[in-house]
Design a protein around this ligand. Structure first.
Ligand SMILES: [Zn+2]
Length: 376
């Protein structure tokens, strides 16, 4: 039976569309049939009516960057000590001891806080993560992360078909993934028309390693037998990513903290989308991305919580609150909401089912919390 949801307002996030006052959404079998003013839709409707009251509906949120594999490390990693210390500590933790209870709690938290989809990075357990997300009903892109020096013979992706999501391909970073592996990973993503994700320009050590300058992090990696024959490209991270052909309109570049004006222009020209993870950057202590420049550049922007090892929670609304509170200058309601709905849905390949409230899309909506409204 169709259901009608009535709410004080609905922000459809359709570009240019105004917020609907006294709104109604009619949904059937999980799909939006109609959305508009309650006064216009109620007369011809017969079915279940749910009055949600004085709330603003928005599309279900899309968290563009998480690592559910690390759900069990919440509260266990050092805060504000810098990237090298954070990684040193992480390497002492039982990183790959998955904890089903922590995973279940993470998924429950995502759903409770209005998240409809995640772009989740899986370093080792892609099949397991896709299984957990499929069972949860959340939509997902599980990025199988390429790291190290081995190009797989056939594919980076495990077998598996899902109702609610897909596998995709990610490179870990320019300094932990061999250039041949990065190129192959991007090539596979392109060939399969899948999004490609890459941690890019996250911290100063990444800049130093690329430039061939001394770096405590390079020492750490080489002490573990990694990057022993690494030849620094003598480029900035964004320049190197562009030179390797990793940046295009299906690439999601994550973090982009250590960038110059020229780098921002390079990303803009490439058509890539940037995922900012402001609270993760603050937690680890790598500094702050030039959000205002990114916002002014016209580069499509998303927000991600990153993992529980570098954030207090996986509540994407809290990520948006943090960004807005610390943003210098104007950042409009629509621009902020686009970063957690329309833009990430598109780059994660789910623009046809999520990202806006309109007929034919999933009836997956969130409610804009007061903590957001209070900021405008
Ligand atoms: Zn990450």
């Amino acid at each position: 039976m169709p259901e009608l949801f009535r709410a004080a307002k609905a922000a459809t996030m359709i570009p240019g569309a105004p917020v609907i006052e006294d709104a109604a959404i009619i949904a059937h079998q999980g799909i939006i049939q109609e959305i508009g003013r309650h006064a216009d839709l109620r007369s011809s409707f017969s079915g279940t009516v749910t009055d949600l009251g004085d709330v603003t509906l928005a599309p279900g949120l899309v968290n563009a960057h998480s690592h559910l594999e690390l759900a069990h490390l919440r509260g266990k990693c050092p805060r504000g000590a810098g990237f090298v210390t954070w990684v040193e500590d992480l390497l002492k933790q039982p990183i790959f001891d998955l904890d089903q209870t922590a995973l279940d709690e993470a998924v429950t938290e995502l759903k409770r806080t209005g998240t409809a989809m995640v772009g989740d990075i899986a370093t080792r357990f892609a099949k397991k993560m896709a299984g957990v997300l499929e069972a949860s009903g959340l939509s997902f892109a599980v990025f199988v992360e390429a790291i190290g020096e081995t190009v797989p013979k056939k594919t980076f992706l495990p077998k598996g078909e899902f109702e609610h999501g897909t596998f995709s391909v990610a490179g870990h970073s320019l300094y932990t993934t061999h250039v041949d592996v990065l190129r192959a990973a991007k090539a596979e993503a392109r060939q399969r028309s899948l999004p490609f994700s890459l941690h890019l320009a996250e911290h100063d050590d990444e800049v130093a390693i690329m430039a061939g300058e001394p770096s405590a992090f390079l020492d750490l990696l080489q002490g573990r037998g990694r990057l022993l024959d690494f030849a620094p490209p003598k480029k900035r991270p964004v320049e190197q990513a562009a030179a390797l052909g990793l940046l295009d309109e299906t690439t999601l570049a994550v973090h982009c903290v250590r960038v110059t004006d020229e780098d921002i222009e390079t990303v803009r020209e490439s058509g890539a989308t940037v995922c900012l993870c402001p609270r993760s950057n603050e937690f680890i202590g790598v500094g702050r991305a030039p959000w205002e420049k990114w916002a002014a550049s016209g580069v499509p922007l998303c927000l991600g919580t990153d993992s529980a090892a570098s954030n207090d929670d996986l509540d994407l609304w809290n990520e948006a609150v943090y960004l807005k509170k610390n943003f210098n200058g104007g950042l409009g309601f629509d621009d902020l909401l686009a970063m957690v709905t329309r833009t990430p849905a598109r780059i994660l390949g789910a623009g046809r089912k999520l990202g806006t409230l309109e007929p034919g899309k999933l009836a997956a909506f969130s409610m804009v919390p007061d903590k957001i409204y209070e900021l405008f």
